[in-house]
Design a protein around this ligand. Sequence first.
Ligand SMILES: Cc1ncc(C[n+]2csc(CCOP(=O)(O)OP(=O)(O)O)c2C)c(N)n1
Ligand SMILES: [Mg+2]
Length: 392
Amino acid sequence: MAETKVKAASKASNPKTKSSEAPAEGKSAKATVKTAKQPAATLTATNAAAKKATGAPKATSASQPEFSKETYLTWYEQMMLMRKFEEKAGQLYGQQKIKGFCHLYIGQEACVAGAVSALTKDDKWITAYRDHAHPLALGTSPNAIMAELFAKATGCSKGKGGSMHMFDKDVNFVGGHGIVGAQVPMGAGIAFAEKYNKTGNLCIAYMGDGAVRQGALHEAFNMAMLWKLPVIFVIENNGYAMGTSVQRTSNVTELYTLGESYDMPSEPVNAMNVEDVHNAVARAAERARAGEGPTLLEFKTYRYKGHSMSDPAKYRTKDELEDYRSRDSIEAVRHTILTHNMATEADLEAIDEKIKAQVTESVEFAENSPFPTADELYKDVYVQEDYPYIRD
Ligand SMILES: Cc1ncc(C[n+]2csc(CCOP(=O)(O)OP(=O)(O)O)c2C)c(N)n1
Ligand SMILES: [Mg+2]
C-alpha cells in the first residue's frame, strides 16, 4: 500500500505527468470533498475535516512516508529557497535596498510547494501581491526575482512591477496582482481560454482570506461552475487581511463553505502540511482535467511576519504565532526526511549551503544590474506599439 502511494507520488510530481493519469488518492482525503448534493452525513464529516485542518499536523514520522524521497527532497529545497530568499529580502528592505511594498510569504511555503508537485509545467498560475514564492518554485531564477525587488531592468517584470507584480511567462506565472481579489475572475478567464483552446491545462488561482468578500469572486465562481472551467480556486487563509482577523470580517469563517452556493466541490486543507496540499490539489486537478470544472480549496495557513514590512503585527498574540511555528512545514519535511533516512543531516546542510549561495548571488546580480531607462516607461503597457493618444 505504502509502496503504491510512493509510486503515485513520484508520478504526480513529474511535471510531464498529467494529474488525470495519477492513481487514486487516499480515502480519507476523498471523504472531505463535498458538493451541496451530498447527504447530510458527508456534511458532518466535512465539518470535522475542517476542524482537523486547523489542528495539529499529521505525525509523519511514525507511519511510512506518503511520497517518494525525490518528492520530499524537492519540497525541502523549494521551501527552503523560498524562506531564505525572503529572509534576505526582509533584511534588504530594512537597509532600504528594496523599497515600496514587500509582503513576505514566510510560514506559507507549503501552499505553493505542494501544488507545484501536483500540477504540470503547462498549467497556469495567478496570485495576489504576496507573490515571490510562486515563481521561485515554478523555476524563475532567483536573480530575476531579486532584481525585480530592486526595481532593476533585469527583473522578471523589467523592474517595472516590483514586489507585488512578478510575472514570468516562461513558467506560466501570470502575476502578481495588487488589487485584492482582481486575480480571481482573471484566473477563471485564463481557465476559459485553456478550455476553449482544448489544451488540457488548468489554472490555479490563489487569493487571500480578505479577497473572498469581494463581489467579483462570486461572479467568477458562478460562471466557472456554469461553464465547468478547469480552474482551482485556492484561498490562502492565513487568518488576517492586513490587521483584520477572519472572525471580525464575517460570520462565515469556514471559508471553503462559500463554494457551496455554487455546488462547487470545496474542502478545507491543513496547509501547514505539504502532503495534504499536494493531495488536495491533485484531486482538484483530476476533476478539472476530466471536464468536471472548478474546485475551491481553503488552505489553512499562517504568515509568521506582519502583513507587509511596515506591520509590527500587534493584533495577534505571541502564543498564536508560536503555535504555528511549532507546526512549521519545512521542519516537518526535514523531520520526515531524516527519520526515514531519505538523506543525512550533511545532505540537507549541503542543500542549505547551495541555497545560501543562490540567494547571495541573486543579491549581487540585483545590485550590479542597471535601473530601467526612461524610454521603458511606455513599453509593455499596451499590446499595440503606437500610442496616438499619448503626447509629449
Ligand atoms: C480592492 C482593494 N481593496 C483594498 C486594498 C488594500 N489591501 C491591500 S492588502 C489587503 C488585505 C488582503 O488580505 P488577504 O486577502 O487576506 O491577503 P494576505 O495579505 O493575508 O495574503 C487590503 C485590504 C487593495 N489592495 N485592493
Ligand atoms: Mg490573509
